[in-house]
Design a binder for this molecule. Structure first.
Ligand code: 5AD
Ligand code: SF4
Length: 439
């Protein structure tokens, strides 16, 4: 094999990116490339980048800079993902040794872009923006996760939250047909997976182009694919969260008892400024539906503190919302201004130290909420799916249907394989994980 027919790929960012990389790897392998573990060994070095927060693009440029000497050894570089789409051809100016720049909305053209790369072309771009209606589907996905099969059901985003780059980096919202989603679910089950995670920036904005299934019906249908025992979905938007999603979870035990519903702020004034298209009360009404479900559905959320103009009182409203909802997991972030976004014109007036302090207060409070929530599982026996082993600690790592991390002891010398289901009795609890023994 020619050495240039090898690639190294590193992925940054969200689960969508992780799964895009699985598709990119499969596409490269199909084109005759072999994956290697380091930049040094590779003919083609690819970074699948994220630009959601902070100075994400700076990190990519630093990384490219760290390895630029390899260009002299004949290696080629490609930048994929959200920073690629955001910075576009500017990447060639700042890092002239990069030959390929492609955002996720152009990955369906990867085979063609690879041929051009092999023909010696430089400055190849895939920068389809919000015009594209097409999704990237491939049967060659190289699944990297040993226990969870990802399926993208909807790409892009049309919501334009004031702080968010995604509508600019991932293009406009476009759904796959339910028929192709179900076909992929069956293929995943045939590979031996029993857990599926449906992915989309706004997974519940899903609209079957064939008009056959609603999102809730698609959830139910994926849950009924033979061999599938757990179905997860992320990320849901409160504006489109409908009651039939909860009804589907009630009706099908395969649908996990966990909903991630980012609230971003507990203040209706801030939510309006964020262009979230819902109020605090609207959000809490959806939470009350979820709490009325037959099973206890675990809730998680994302919160941004220090959005431009957020007053101390508005921050307190977010704190009150935490106390009211009692989430099992909160991802908290300090607001950071991102290129192209509407919030850029708002004055980012809250000092960094104040944002950091609000975040700390929020996370400290949430830790106590979780300590109490997780403690309720003491003595319970629950079904856990094995994700891996931690031989150093003599423990197996797994996850409950509620998405809680469970570390447990296992009496036999050979660890159970990832994807195995076991009953575990909970013997100790922490704010972020449960400890137990296999029974
Ligand atoms: N600043 C801070 N947090 C952000 N997020 C998205 N954009 C920004 C930003 N500009 C957070 C949101 C989102 C999560 C994935 O990242 O909470 O839900
Ligand atoms: Fe990052 Fe958002 Fe792109 Fe995911 S979609 S990689 S979180 S910028």
């Amino acid at each position: 094999m020619a050495p240039e027919k090898t690639f190294y790929l590193e992925t940054f960012g969200c689960q969508m990116n992780a799964h895009d990389s699985e598709k990119v790897i499969g596409t490269l392998q199909r084109a005759g490339y072999a994956q290697v573990d380091s930049e040094e060994e590779a003919g083609l070095i690819l970074y699948n980048t994220c630009s959601i927060r902070d100075k994400a693009e700076q990190k990519v440029f630093h990384r490219l800079n760290d390895y630029k000497a390899l260009h002299k050894a004949g290696k080629r570089f490609g930048v994929l993902g959200c920073v690629a789409q955001q910075e576009g051809e500017k990447i060639f100016e700042r890092a002239p040794y990069v030959s390929l720049v492609s955002g996720s909305a152009s990955y369906r053209k990867l085979p063609e872009m690879l041929s051009r790369l092999e023909a010696g072309e430089t400055r190849i771009t895939g920068l389809d923006d919000r015009q594209t209606d097409e999704t990237f589907e491939t049967e060659f996905t190289a699944r990297q996760n040993p226990y969870r099969g990802y399926i993208t059901i909807i790409e892009g985003c049309d919501k334009f939250c004031a702080y968010c780059v995604v509508p600019y980096t991932r293009g406009k919202e476009r759904s796959r047909t339910s028929a192709s989603v179900l076909e992929e679910a069956r293929r995943i089950a045939d590979l031996g997976y029993s857990e599926i995670q449906l992915l989309g920036q706004n997974v519940n904005s899903y609209r079957d182009p064939d008009g056959k299934l609603s999102f809730a019906e698609l959830l139910a249908a994926v849950g009924q694919v033979p061999g599938i025992r757990r179905v997860r979905f992320t990320t849901s938007h409160p504006r489109h969260f409908t009651k039939d999603i909860v009804e589907a979870i009630d009706a099908y035990p395969q649908l996990c008892d966990h909903v991630h519903l980012p609230v971003q702020s507990g203040s209706s004034r801030v939510l309006k400024a964020m262009n979230r298209e819902y109020t605090r009360d609207w959000y809490l009404e959806r939470i009350s539906w979820i709490k009325a479900a037959k099973r206890t559905i675990s809730l998680s959320t994302d919160i941004i503190v220090g959005f431009p103009g957020e007053t101390p009182e508005e921050f307190i409203e977010t704190m009150d919302l935490l106390a009211e909802v009692q989430y099992d997991c909160v991802f908290g972030f300090k607001y950071s201004a991102r290129p192209n976004t509407p919030a850029l014109v708002m004055i980012d007036s809250i000092p960094e130290a104040e944002k950091a302090q609000r975040l700390q207060v929020l996370l400290d409070r949430q830790r106590e909420i979780q300590r109490a929530n997780y403690a309720k599982h003491l003595g319970e026996t629950m079904e856990v799916m094995v994700e891996g082993a931690n031989p150093a600690r003599g423990q197996i790592a797994g996850r409950s249907s509620q998405n809680k991390s469970v570390n447990f002891t296992w009496p036999q010398p050979i660890a159970p394989a990832p994807g195995t289901y076991l009953n575990v009795r909970i013997t100790a609890t922490h704010p972020n994980s449960l400890v137990g023994e296999a029974v």
